[in-house]
Design a protein around this ligand. Sequence first.
Ligand code: ADP
Length: 292
Amino acid sequence: MSEAAELAVAPVLCVGHVCVDLMNVTATYPEEDSKVGTNTVPNRFLLDDFAKYGIRTDSVVEVEGFSCPASCVILSQATGSRTIIHANAGLPELTPADFSTVNLSEFKWVHFEGRNVENVSKMIAHIRQHNKSMPAGETITISVEVEKAKAELDPLIPLPDVLFVSKDYAKLKGYTNMTDTVKKLQEEVRPGCTVICPWGEVGASAGRNGELVSSPAFPPKAVVDTLGAGDTFNAATIFALSQGHSLTNSVTFGCRLAGARVGVVGWEAFGDLVCKSDFKLTQIGEVLGRGS
Ligand code: ADP
């Protein structure tokens, strides 16, 4: 089976807002009055970009009259600082009615961005209902990432099978490191839920049913672009878990790919690295077997 065919076996449905990041890499932080970037992008750009990477968009809801949210990112090479100016002209949130049009039987995993709490809770309930009608082994695993440091996201914590929490959210809850975060949040989640917390250059911890595992980070020779490190970590960890790998191996794989991500600028270079050279996604065991 080709790599593409193997990857197509269990597609993951991702639910959230799509946003364009316009990267402006500058030698130093821009002078006052200088011009950097733009904050509008045609929706077509995103759909074309997804197609380029083989990401299906047939369930995407385009809302007429609204352009997609966009972030203008200024990456100062002098200091490594990252400044994000975000623009979202009121794009409406996805509704349970939108979600009900998805053919869930095509998916084994649905991942939610932690936002839109009331509607996302209803969508999760819809999946739980669907799971009741499925034989064991055919049910959908539900993951949620709670990234933003907003207390209003708290009601999402007890809902998923796999919960990702960012260090920003962890700090909001008063936790100061990844292991404490995982230990404490395990008291708030549904039974058997896996809690995963990436923590920048420290690595990541994960726990399930009282078991706690951690992975170190895998820093590249030079850290040049940390944008999307967390998303890379989440995607790689979900990929490994969905392929049946252990929790330890899955978070280690997440850290390995996220470490590679921060060593290159942008996604094209990372895509080349993952698909063509160092990391064969279908050979997770081989990647994990390497020394650091
Ligand atoms: P984000 O930058 O999106 O907030 P995190 O800081 O939580 O995400 O990082 C996610 C993962 O990316 C970490 O678990 C780690 O594996 C990797 N990572 C982030 N920063 C570095 C770094 N400086 N060196 C190596 N790995 C890193």
